[in-house]
Design a protein around this ligand. Structure first.
Ligand SMILES: NC(=O)c1ccc[n+]([C@@H]2O[C@H](COP(=O)([O-])OP(=O)(O)OC[C@H]3O[C@@H](n4cnc5c(N)ncnc54)[C@H](O)[C@@H]3O)[C@@H](O)[C@H]2O)c1
Ligand SMILES: OC[C@@H](O)C(O)[C@H](O)CO
Length: 270
């Protein structure tokens, strides 16, 4: 322990997240697990941004969050992240209901497994619009609030190892490009917003054990994925939580910005 640190400064090394967060795609597989992790680590308020269809199908999981964390203020907002006006309105509503916005986590995303020669322009645009543009629009709207509050904050994008290497065997050029964009956007926004005390980082999951990677049609692919994953298994959704807490914590993570953390069982090494 360096000499001269006060008790308060030492306490400030904790990994706690005693603040409010917006989680886009928060009713999805990884988003729900992230929210549970944030609440377990002291988050006081959560705004779940997602499509009506997913908010409806995840109703019982969201109800369990209310039951398990009765002291937390958990709100749900129907938002399409590609709709800039809807995003701005939802961020405004979050601010008025939660009081402050200290962290943003962007999980909203889609995958298209289509060969490049067969991909329609509409499908290409949809994947980039949701994964890259949607993440940007949410970060921009939240950053404006963080700047106005003069409190700074933390933005965490969910990229993918697919943004760094060409995954095999599934053809998913639009997805891979969309996530490469998210990775570079992380660095650009970290550079632009550091002066406001806003840190911007990303997490790149590998193959997580979620619906996205399930289904009978993927059995052969799953076998190949495991062969290329040094830890030899898929990740559990809650295995992102430690990194999320580090990056969102205004204590432990306060000198980390512009960084990507691969949470992938080693998939990126090949
Ligand atoms: N599951 C994995 O193995 C894995 C690996 C790497 C990266 N990721 C990324 O993690 C994120 C979450 O993945 P997941 O496995 O939880 O998938 P998921 O399908 O369960 O969750 C995605 C969520 O995004 C929401 N969404 C989609 N389009 C939206 C829109 N236009 N506006 C608002 N919300 C929208 C969906 O309703 C859903 O709740 C995605 O960005 C995905 O690319 C997942
Ligand atoms: O094809 C599956 C991919 O989306 C994968 O789940 C992930 O993006 C690997 O990082």
């Amino acid at each position: 322990m360096p000499e001269g640190l006060s008790a308060t400064q030492r306490a400030s090394r904790r990994f706690s997240v005693d603040q409010n967060a917006i989680v886009t795609g928060g009713a999805g597989n990884l988003g729900l697990e992230a929210i549970r992790g944030l609440l377990e680590h002291g988050a006081t308020g959560i705004a779940i941004f997602d499509l009506l269809q997913t908010l409806t199908s995840a109703r019982s999981e969201i109800q369990s969050l209310h039951t398990d964390f009765p002291q937390a203020n958990i709100i749900t907002l129907e938002v399409d992240v590609t709709d800039d006006k809807a995003v701005e309105k939802a961020v405004e509503e979050t601010k008025s209901k939660l009081g402050s916005i200290n962290a943003l986590l962007c999980f909203a995303g889609v995958v298209a497994t289509t060969h490049a020669l067969e991909m329609s322009p509409a499908e290409w645009r949809r994947v980039l619009e949701i994964n890259t543009t949607g993440s940007f629009l949410c970060a921009q709207a939240v950053a404006k609030h963080m700047i106005a509050s003069e409190q700074g904050g933390s933005v965490v994008f969910i990229a993918s190892v697919a943004g760094q290497i060409t995954l095999f065997p599934q053809p998913q050029v639009a997805y891979n490009v969309s996530k490469a964009g998210v990775l570079h956007m992380t660095k650009c926004l970290a550079a632009e917003w550091a002066r406001y005390g806003i840190r911007v980082n990303s997490i790149s999951p590998g193959y997580m054990d979620t619906i996205l990677n399930s289904g009978d049609g993927l059995a052969a692919a799953r076998k190949m994925w495991l062969e290329r994953t040094p830890l030899g298994r898929m990740g559990a959704p809650d295995e992102l939580v430690g990194t999320i807490i580090l990056l969102c914590s205004r204590y432990a993570g306060r000198y980390i910005t512009g960084e990507n953390v691969n949470v992938d069982g080693g998939l990126n090494v090949f």
